[in-house]
Design a binder for this molecule. Structure first.
Ligand code: NAD
Ligand code: ZN
Length: 527
């Protein structure tokens, strides 16, 4: 899709953004280091491990690479010394040397913390950023700023350490929860406000809410945003001048994120609020005309942001010490209009206090976080044990289509119905349960073919019962016409309906039923 390059004084960093999949990532990683064959440590958070990490690990090993794997708890609150030590311990206990490579697969938290681990382990080892969030692709993985948080301030402990390359698989964005997609767009909006040209014009029409953009628009925005960041970093790698502009919205944003408690507001949401504060200050400082400020604030407020209970006093106390200019004054990025930013250290304290109070009113009056706000219905289609053998496994019972044939059929049918499907399969009961638990954050409904676990797994039933998503039980054959031990289903009564005996056609039947149920054109009755 896009091959970009960041050229710094000492290094050329390829940045590839592609609809590639995990197999593509594995091949790219292999080809980056083809003659050298270093060892790799692949690190991701637990959510990304489930969705992508384990399969990337398998693909990398199938390329003949030597790869250690570790997953970390997800979230901003984990971007700390304890997690950093876990990574360093793993590198040390597995005898990684300076010629080896760290692979960071995930959002900005994972690339920040692993980039930092790579910068200090053995006085610096190589690393690759594999961003899987909008924010990661457009911003965090580009430019070599790495860090962990300190209790007093965000990103306080860190280093500049450029990755060898950035490989962004756009397909991973499909599984982001709407809140993360929307919040990642904060850095796109920031870039557009700084640029003030074509990107800003386009964004002005589309609005700041990435959930209202089409998939193609989102991808195009990511590419443009990444390009804009590359340009700034290539002119000022170590943030001695122009790169400071990228802190627009981050002075109050970082304070807000910290004071609200990491995880209450995402980084992007806090930056959205911080940009409103920057516009407010710009106007009060006489830099921005009132009508521009009013229009910008109105435009920004078309995006609903979650609320947090913060006070002006705590916000002021948390203003980041790393944003202080030489004389101990805070440094602000202000705008006279989109495209004309300015770095200022002369904002009077009284004005900062007033702005903190104004911002707190907004943040306290935000909205309840709504978890599902996407328009297309999202269906997780889950396959249990031995279904990976479809096509070769007893075709007289299960048919001759492979699992990927079935997935293509479902995909085509789902597209016709305006739905989005995600397919996952596993031979392991625990992994199926993890997918079901994850689905509560992402899916509107589930179609599950649990294979033989249907007849044995109380745990699977408990998972479905706990998450309460509308679910269809599906079987290619009709278990009631087969051996007696297949007659009992532990999950039947926690599902809306069982579809069995229709072979691969059963998926379209199940999808139609589930989508009708979700659109309210069917009653709740199980059948
Ligand atoms: N280094 C820089 O220049 C820079 C720039 C901007 C932001 N940042 C940092 O980035 C961090 C924020 O990054 P973020 O918003 O990506 O947060 P994140 O890394 O916490 O990811 C957000 C959530 O999305 C989940 N996730 C990630 N990829 C997924 C996928 N493909 N499908 C489903 N779920 C997925 C994660 O498990 C996590 O729960 C902050 O710590 C911020 O300071 C750094
Ligand atoms: Zn940021």
């Amino acid at each position: 899709m896009s091959v970009l390059e960041l050229r710094t004084a000492s290094k050329l960093i390829p940045i590839r953004i592609e609809c590639g999949g995990m197999e593509w990532l594995a091949r790219e990683i292999e080809s980056c280091f083809a003659p050298q064959r270093p060892r790799f440590l692949l690190v991701c958070d637990e959510r990304v491990a489930l969705l992508y990490g384990k399969s990337l690990h398998t693909y990398l090993e199938s390329c003949g690479l030597s790869v250690e794997f570790m997953s970390l708890p997800p979230g901003e609150s984990e971007k700390n010394f304890r997690t950093l030590k876990l990574i360093l311990d793993k590198l040390a206990h597995k005898n990684f040397s300076r010629k080896d490579v760290l692979l960071a697969l995930g959002g900005g938290v994972i690339t920040d913390i692993n980039g930092f681990a790579a910068s200090i382990y053995a006085r610096g080892i190589r690393w690759i950023a594999l961003p899987t969030t909008v924010l990661g692709m457009v911003d965090a993985s580009i430019g070599g700023k790495t860090a962990i948080n300190h209790e007093t301030a965000k990103n306080l402990i860190g280093a500049f350490h450029q990755p060898e390359c950035v490989l962004a698989d756009i397909l991973t964005l499909k599984t982001l929860v709407p809140r993360e997609t929307r919040s990642g767009a904060a850095e796109i909006v920031k870039g557009a406000l700084l640029e003030g040209g074509a990107i800003w014009m386009e964004l002005q029409d589309e609005g700041p809410d990435a959930l209202t953009w089409s998939e193609a628009q989102l991808f195009a925005m990511i590419e443009k945003g990444a390009r804009a960041k590359i340009e700034i970093v290539s002119r000022d790698e170590f943030e001695s001048g122009e790169r400071m502009l990228l802190n627009l919205g981050h002075t109050f944003g970082h304070a807000l994120e910290n004071v609200a408690g990491y995880g209450t507001l995402t980084h992007g949401e806090a930056v959205f609020y911080g940009m409103q504060a920057a516009v407010w200050l710009s106007e009060k400082m006489g830099l921005m005309k009132k009508e521009i400020a009013v229009a910008l604030l109105l435009w920004m407020q078309t995006l609903s942001l979650p609320r947090a209970n913060v006070t002006a006093e705590s916000l002021l106390q948390a203003l980041p010490s790393d944003k202080k200019a030489d004389q101990g004054k805070l440094r602000w990025i202000l705008l006279s209009k989109p495209g004309v930013p300015e770095i200022r250290d002369d904002v009077p304290l009284e004005l900062v206090q007033e702005c903190a109070a104004w911002l707190c009113d907004r943040v306290r009056g935000g909205e309840e976080v709504s978890v599902r706000e996407h328009s297309a219905k999202r269906i997780l289609i889950l396959h249990g044990p031995n279904l990976n053998l479809l096509g070769t496994r007893e075709p007289e019972i299960y048919g001759s289509q492979t699992l990927s044939d079935i997935e293509s059929l479902c995909e085509t049918h789902a597209q016709k119905c305006g739905a989005e499907c995600l397919f996952r399969s596993s031979n392991h009961e625990g992994e199926l349960i993890e997918y079901i638990q994850w689905a509560r954050h992402w899916a509107d409904g589930i179609i599950v073919n649990p294979g033989a676990y249907t007849h044995t797994s109380v745990a699977l039933r408990d998972a479905l019962s706990a998450i309460k998503l509308p679910t269809i039980e599906l079987h290619l054959s009709d278990p009631s016409q087969r051996e007696e031990y297949r007659h009992h289903s532990f999950i039947r009564d926690v599902c809306l309906r069982t579809v069995s005996g229709h072979g691969a056609d059963g998926y379209a039947i199940a999808l139609d039923f589930l989508l009708s149920h979700l659109s309210g054109t069917l009653g709740q009755s199980a059948g």
